[in-house]
Design a protein around this ligand. Sequence first.
Ligand SMILES: [Zn+2]
Length: 170
Amino acid sequence: MTELLALLELQVAAKDAHISTLQDRLEEARAVHEADDRTITALALELAALQVLLQERDATIASRDDAIHLANNQTQEAWIERDAARAWVRRMHAEHQTLTCVYCGQAYPPGTPASGSAVLTAHIAVCEKHPLRAMTVRMEQAQQQLEALRTALRDGVADGIAAPASQVNE
Ligand SMILES: [Zn+2]
């Protein structure tokens, strides 16, 4: 009996040791699990912080896009204003331009009758220094000479002294 009891006590001691080992392993497993939980929590916090940073960056990009869009609009408005100003300057220049004859220097300031290029066309006909005027004068002189010759010829024929007798009898 005593031997049997001693054997049983040994077996119980072995079981206790085994249970103690299992408890140690359970503690280790719990510790690892808690460490994992802390890691997971830390990672979640880091992720949340990153999401905040991403949102801030998106907001910055959006505001920059708005600024670029606004600058584009302002640039286009400035172009339109510039073009309008140029057109105005051209119009004012045309309206206030003094037309001048390059041959005699006769000037036709704005406000003179028959404004525009038509006034120069009219002036060319009477300009004393324009080449066309000189040609017109020479042509008029030539016509006058021709007319004088015709008159003289007609008068000579009528008087019977300017032309030979053979031509008179034709
Ligand atoms: Zn002139």
